[in-house]
Design a protein around this ligand. Sequence first.
Ligand SMILES: CC(C)(COP(=O)(O)OP(=O)(O)OC[C@H]1O[C@@H](n2cnc3c(N)ncnc32)[C@H](O)[C@@H]1OP(=O)(O)O)[C@@H](O)C(=O)NCCC(=O)NCCS
Length: 177
Amino acid sequence: MKIVVNDQVHLSEVRSSDKPALVEQLNDKEIYDRTLRIPYPYTDTNAEEWLAVVAKTTQQQGRPVHWAIRNAEDHLIGACGFNDFQMGKSHRAEIGYLLAKPYWNQGIMTAVVQMACQYAFEEFGLVKITAQVRSENMASARVLEKCGFEQEGYFRKHFPKDGKFIDVRLFALLKGD
Ligand SMILES: CC(C)(COP(=O)(O)OP(=O)(O)OC[C@H]1O[C@@H](n2cnc3c(N)ncnc32)[C@H](O)[C@@H]1OP(=O)(O)O)[C@@H](O)C(=O)NCCC(=O)NCCS
């Protein structure tokens, strides 16, 4: 499967052969600092565990709900996907995404999130898509705003990280907005 985003990038299923690229791209303290659940250092084992989760979720949902973001050369440069929902039953899901650092600030994730949300509204029967963002992650919040998301909540000391409890902003996009 292939979802064309633009001339630069497309989405495809995550493959077990993506493991080395995942480790290379995600083993980055700057990604760790901006996200809630990505480990650092990011090891082979972390990549294997995530690939297993993706495979299991694909089986449970009957189709991929996590994708590799690939460039024109078909190299993995990031990932995005939907969590916390059940295909055909849930009206709401949570989007997650990340991009390797060399590709930041080129408009890539804005185009990816727009396409992924459109696809999920049409194909997964969703009515609402949420996103949780660390309060300091201005780039991620900006991506969501550019895609039409609105902030619905600010949760103080909501998520444990590095021995602290950090603040999280909840954004949401409604179908048809
Ligand atoms: C957040 C992330 C996905 C953004 O992807 P991207 O492809 O660089 O995003 P885009 O280029 O489409 O848009 C980024 C926007 O944020 C802005 N931005 C970047 N850094 C910023 C900062 N420190 N403060 C405010 N705005 C910032 C850019 O200027 C741009 O907005 P503009 O188009 O209005 O100028 C990417 O940086 C990333 O993967 N980061 C690490 C993982 C992560 O944060 N994942 C999301 C977890 S919720």
